[in-house]
Design a protein around this ligand. Structure first.
Ligand SMILES: Nc1nc2c(ncn2[C@@H]2O[C@H](COP(=O)(O)OP(=O)(O)OP(=O)(O)O)[C@@H](O)[C@H]2O)c(=O)[nH]1
Ligand SMILES: [Zn+2]
Length: 217
């Protein structure tokens, strides 16, 4: 008879599950709205507040609703956003750049906002996408928890995979509230991340991209 070896994984919430698959399912099942609101009340108590006082009674509801907006990206798919390609562009084959796209995200380390702008460019390989879709792709990833580096890479990779362009450039500049409101307390510092693929790996193309982002204001 086969012996079934069962390993047990202890989760951060103190419970145990038998397999990694079970662990991953457990962590992706959303709590109920009531459970989420109860968690907000716990954090209010942790902050030293009385969640029962008049001004705070509806706060858990509002916070949970706000989370639905902040983290909407988990319900969205970049592939769907970039699905519609316009082929009729009369041979346009130069860079397409949408710059100064404002975004607000949350860092996965502190769940505190980082806020800034993204600049997204690509060299079309035949068709182009609607310009708003590039801004929408930024939001699909911004409205999740991650690092700025991951967000930058995810935006570029999604465009790469959907459009198969001759190159993608993504430049993101942001201020992290976890560096300005707490911790090291460096207000005004900004973090710049970039991802270049295809033609944009050429330094001359990168220079042109930077000139278009910075120079043509
Ligand atoms: N690379 C990267 N780091 C980030 C990002 N957002 C926040 N961080 C950093 O994540 C790090 C977490 O460091 P830890 O030492 O684990 O946490 P901490 O004690 O809160 O760190 P301090 O912020 O230095 O007080 C900090 O240095 C943050 O600045 C991001 O998008 N990318
Ligand atoms: Zn942080």
């Amino acid at each position: 008879m086969d012996t079934v070896v069962k390993t047990s994984t202890r989760l951060p919430d103190g419970t145990s599950v038998s397999t990694p698959a079970e662990a991953s399912i457990k962590h992706t099942i959303r709590p109920t709205r009531e459970e989420a609101e109860a968690a907000v009340r716990t954090l209010l108590r942790w902050a030293g507040e009385n969640p029962g006082r008049e001004g705070l009674v509806d706060t858990p509801k509002r916070v949970v609703k706000a989370y639905e907006e902040f983290f909407q990206g988990y319900n969205q798919d970049a592939e769907d956003v970039l699905e519609r390609v316009f082929e009729e562009v009369d041979g346009y084959d130069d860079m397409v750049l949408v710059k100064d796209i404002p975004f607000a995200s949350h860092c996965e380390h502190h769940m505190v906002p980082f806020v800034g702008t993204a600049h997204v460019a690509y060299y079309p390989n035949g068709g182009v996408v609607g310009l708003s879709k590039l801004a929408r792709v930024v939001d699909v990833f911004a409205r999740r928890l991650q690092t700025q580096e991951t967000m930058t890479a995810q935006i570029a990779d999604a465009i790469e995979q959907s459009l198969k362009p001759f190159g993608v450039a993504v430049l993101v500049e942001a201020e992290h509230m976890c560096m300005s409101m707490r911790g090291v307390l460096k207000q005004g510092s900004s973090t710049v991340t970039s991802r270049f693929s295809g033609r944009f790996r050429d330094p001359a193309e990168q220079a042109r991209f930077f000139t278009m982002v910075r120079g043509l204001r």
